[in-house]
Design a protein around this ligand. Structure first.
Ligand code: MG
Length: 377
């Protein structure tokens, strides 16, 4: 459908450290494989997505969420005729900069950094991981990913003007990323909205009727499911409704993106870059459904007492450990003490904590400070 807008791998701006080509994998395929083999990718398994592990082994963690995003993004890229290797590499990398304890972790690290006139941003942290922290190659630091993959990572959820983020000025500020990169944010949104509904249903904090009341599109789907499967269990009916909901959101991105590309008269991949807005997007109907889902999830899940308590506890512990290492830099692992000679101390502490999994954070907290006041189950 949009194969004429596909980013041609032969036009990549390449790697920071030139490398010989591979006999049968192109640069984007190699990037995808490098992400999968990185330590940061494996740590996703032990990072909370929304629901902390402990209550159930069936909740998404950040790794299974990433696989769902990748599956949706590759479907989108395949149908639209875009480069599915570039899409997959970006989908697999999209969350590797996330700190422990999901958004609570990100929020608290940002608060701590603000005390020093600085900030924490998981997309820029991901860039630091793939450009510096991963140590696997003798010739260069990081994974030496292609320009387009790194650009897509820093432009995951927003574009920026020249000078707006000095650390990102190398990545064509003022221009849009390739269409493949634009799909990731939308695939992410479809994946987390629908998966969070599923996990909330499993946690017993909402049911299909709640969703039907809040999301008109789901109501229509669910009425048809009830009529077709009157004898099915609640769980079966819930899933019979969830699948068409995912389908309709994915179709909404396909139709929305094709129609915006047509309206913009985009003819080549470079028109995608120079167009003043992103061309990938939902149809207005799918956008309304996505907004309704978000509203419901905020009211019933993200801002619920169940998650709120967990969030405040996690934020308090991150704040405490951050201050602890600011006061005791000699307790940081040796490599961090070394980087502390060139970097501001708050940045070093932030990098150390941001790289932790939930479990590793708790171990370090306990070793340094002692058992948390309210022990987790
Ligand atoms: Mg995500």
């Amino acid at each position: 459908m949009l194969a004429h807008l596909r980013f041609p791998v032969a036009r990549t701006m390449g790697r920071a450290h030139p490398e010989p080509g591979h006999p049968y994998r192109n640069p984007f395929q190699r990037d995808r494989d490098r992400v999968v083999h990185s330590r940061a990718f494996r740590r996703l398994e032990a990072k909370t997505q929304v629901f902390a592990t402990g209550l159930s082994d069936h909740f998404r963690n950040r790794l299974t969420h990433t696989i769902e995003v990748s599956q949706i993004a590759r479907t989108l890229a395949g149908v639209l005729g875009l480069d599915d290797d570039l899409t997959e590499a970006l989908a697999l990398a999209h969350d590797i900069g996330h700190p422990p304890f999901a958004h609570a972790g990100e929020q608290e690290l940002n608060l701590q950094m603000a005390r020093f006139g600085d900030r924490f941003d998981h997309n820029f942290h991901a860039l630091r991981i793939v450009e510096s922290f991963e140590q696997r190659y003798a010739r260069f630091p990081g994974l030496n990913l292609t320009f387009e993959v790194r650009e897509g990572m820093v432009k995951h959820s927003r574009d920026f003007a020249p000078g707006e983020y000095p650390e990102a000025d190398r990545f064509l500020p003022g221009l849009r990323p390739p269409l493949e990169a634009q799909l990731i944010d939308l695939a992410d949104e479809i994946a987390y909205n629908t998966a969070d509904l599923d996990d909330a249903f499993s946690a017993g904090i909402l049911n299909a009727e709640d969703v039907a009341r809040a999301v008109p599109e789901y109501q229509a789907i669910y009425e048809a499911v009830e009529a077709e499967f009157p004898a099915a269990t609640g769980r079966q009916r819930f899933h019979e409704g969830l699948r068409p909901l995912i389908d309709s959101l994915v179709s909404g991105v396909i139709e929305g993106t094709v129609s915006r590309a047509r309206q913009a008269s985009a003819e080549t991949w470079s028109d995608v870059r120079t167009f003043p807005a992103r061309l990938a997007g939902f149809t207005p109907e799918a956008a309304a459904t996505s907004r309704a889902l978000k509203r419901l999830l905020h009211q019933r899940v993200y801002d619920s007492a169940l998650l709120g308590e967990d969030r405040s506890r996690s934020m308090a512990m991150i704040g405490e450990l951050f201050q602890w290492f600011m006061d005791h830099p000699d307790r940081l692992p040796e490599p961090y003490q070394q980087t502390g000679r060139d970097e501001a101390p708050h940045r070093v502490v932030c990098d150390y904590i941001a790289g932790m999994t939930d479990g590793f954070f708790r171990r370090v907290y306990e070793q340094q400070i002692g058992p948390p006041v309210i022990p987790r189950c």
